[in-house]
Design a protein around this ligand. Structure first.
Ligand SMILES: [Zn+2]
Length: 331
């Protein structure tokens, strides 16, 4: 297993302290066919439930990712990332995150006995901060938002390994497991559609690569907030609009690092990009709550998009999956 540059193909070992190629290209992961993963570190991951949900005349399948050990799908990526770097001797990591990824990586780092520093925007929720701290990680608060936390951590890495859920392809490698679970839960079928909230796109790309390995792609519909929709604009060839903060924290990324790969993936699966309004997200969150399911706002955004996408009706035999990315308990 090794990293290679998406542009010039130069190879880098997994324990490299470079987090992108010297040419500026992002890393991709090479893994030999059948090569085993490291799997010593576990927090008791589960096969998350896939449950039916009726919204008016529409039926959807919800993948309840809030049941993972730290409460979000990010545990899939964190588990893979920490296992592989622990296996090659990394003992100290630093990362930036505004939420679930930071909590997930801090938890797995704790289980692996690693030192962990998490750089967070100073408006990060108290619940997330408490969760990260409880795993023994040290928190560095950064003024002026998410993008700045990313540049500050890179300037202050020292001898720490940059365990980024955005730069490090091991994270997306872990998210692929969700595609395989869905396939099994549908009796070895790929869904027709899957609606995915998109910030940095780790969920979208993980599902895309996972289904690609299974040999058939669902139509993937990426969902962004109307207030911050760089990929929606690029996908539909629209003028970039000024960006503002959506209530859904995980989907307010202004410049996704792997934007081009995401757009390519969406075209390849005949997918689409949609935006949703804050009011629609809140209403969808309430509807889920009334069914006994409490989720983070980003998860609700995908349901809001699916409901609008099929507002004129949906063929009964279409299987539409919506991953509910995280519990609502830590917003
Ligand atoms: Zn390169």
């Amino acid at each position: 297993m090794y990293f290679y540059c998406e542009k010039c193909k130069k190879k880098y070992p997994i324990n490299s302290h470079s987090y992108q190629c010297e040419c500026g290209g992002m890393f991709k992961l090479h893994r030999d066919l059948g090569e085993d993963y490291a799997d010593k570190i576990s927090l008791g991951e589960v096969v998350t439930p896939l449950v039916h949900f009726q919204s008016g005349k529409l039926d959807f399948l919800l993948k309840l990712e809030g049941t993972q050990p730290t409460g979000s799908f990010k545990d899939r990526g964190a588990r893979r990332l920490i296992n592989e770097i622990h296996n090659v001797g990394i003992e100290k990591i630093a990362l930036d995150s505004a939420g679930n990824a930071g909590a997930a990586i801090a938890a797995y780092a704790a289980a692996a006995g690693m030192d962990c520093e998490v750089y967070v925007p100073d408006d990060t929720s108290q619940e997330i901060l408490h969760q990260i701290e409880s795993y023994g990680a040290s928190i560095k608060k950064v003024k002026d938002g998410r993008m700045r936390a990313c540049s500050v951590v890179k300037e202050n890495l020292g001898d720490a390994y940059y365990a980024s859920h955005v730069y490090n392809p091991l994270f997306v490698e872990g998210v692929k497991s969700m595609a395989k679970e869905i396939y099994k839960q549908l009796g070895e079928h790929v869904p027709d559609y899957i609606f995915v909230p998109v910030g940095n796109g780790s969920l979208l790309m993980g599902l895309y690569y996972g289904f690609l390995e299974l040999g058939r792609l669902p139509q993937i519909v990426g969902v962004q907030s109307e207030k911050c929709a760089p990929l929606y604009e690029a996908f539909h060839g629209l003028e970039p609009q000024p960006k503002a903060a959506s209530i859904a924290r995980a989907i307010r990324i202004e410049r996704p690092k792997r934007g081009l790969s995401i757009l390519k993936a969406l075209k390849n699966c005949h997918g689409d990009m949609m935006t949703v309004k804050d009011e629609e997200i809140l209403e969808a969150q309430k509807r889920l709550g009334k069914a006994g399911i409490y989720v983070e706002l980003s998860a609700a955004s995908a349901l809001a998009a699916a409901e609008r996408f099929f507002q004129a009706g949906k063929p009964d035999n279409y299987r539409v999956v919506i991953p509910l990315t995280a519990t609502g308990l830590k917003r």
